[in-house]
Design a protein around this ligand. Structure first.
Ligand code: FNR
Length: 183
């Protein structure tokens, strides 16, 4: 069983992206052990503190370090990724650089038609920065437009085409984790 940590880019209670991450945690539980990390509890990154950070920083970084891969599910804020996600990545990119060579899968949904395209373009660039150096699953872009119409009131993804697409991307991601082992 592969241990995956999930980073959700929205800190609001009724977040569609959080619901999507929870849905994936449940749907793929036979293949992946997905733990959603509370990155919204991380303090604001400060370089003065990076060598001796608050305990929660080490706790969350440790979980990323020990994982087989990182799943990022994020909305788009002002054509980029939300600060809560960037803040977490900035902590992860320093000192022991816990995302180096981690296989990463990205998904995201928004209310508009583009479904986080611009945020994910930025995110892929960030994943390639020297401090991060993650191994992002190539291709396989999961953009979910009009996400409010695809998740029901119980938090379940109900759009069949989207479900099937994510199923296929998760299979590709599992293959990618195998392919990138030993990097
Ligand atoms: C947004 N939203 C948004 N949507 C989009 O497609 N492109 C964008 O650039 C933005 N920018 C943006 C900025 C801020 C500050 C907010 C609060 C919202 C709308 C966004 O996609 C929508 O609120 C989603 O529902 C947010 O995701 P969660 O919280 O439901 O996961």
């Amino acid at each position: 069983m592969k241990k995956i940590v999930a980073l959700v880019g929205s800190n609001r209670k009724e977040s569609y992206n959080k619901k999507l991450a929870l849905y994936m945690q449940n749907r793929y539980q036979d293949k992946l052990d997905i733990e959603i990390l509370p990155i919204d509890e991380l303090p604001m990154y400060n370089q003065d503190d990076e060598l001796d950070p608050p305990a929660i920083v080490n706790e969350i970084k440790g979980k990323v370090k020990e994982s087989d891969g990182v799943l990022i599910v994020t909305p788009e804020y002002n054509h980029s990724i939300p600060a809560v996600l960037k803040n977490a990545i900035d902590w992860f990119s320093r000192v022991d650089r816990v995302m180096v060579n981690k296989p990463v899968m990205i998904a995201g949904g928004s209310g508009g038609v583009l479904g986080t395209v611009r945020a994910q373009m930025h995110l892929r660039q960030i994943m390639n920065s020297p401090g991060v150096s993650a191994l992002t699953l190539p291709g396989n872009e999961v953009f979910i437009g009009a996400i409010q119409s695809k998740i029901d009131e119980t938090g379940k993804l109900v759009d069949e085409a989207t479900i099937q697409f994510i199923d296929s991307v998760v299979d590709n991601y599992i293959h990618w984790i195998e392919q990138t082992k030993g990097y």
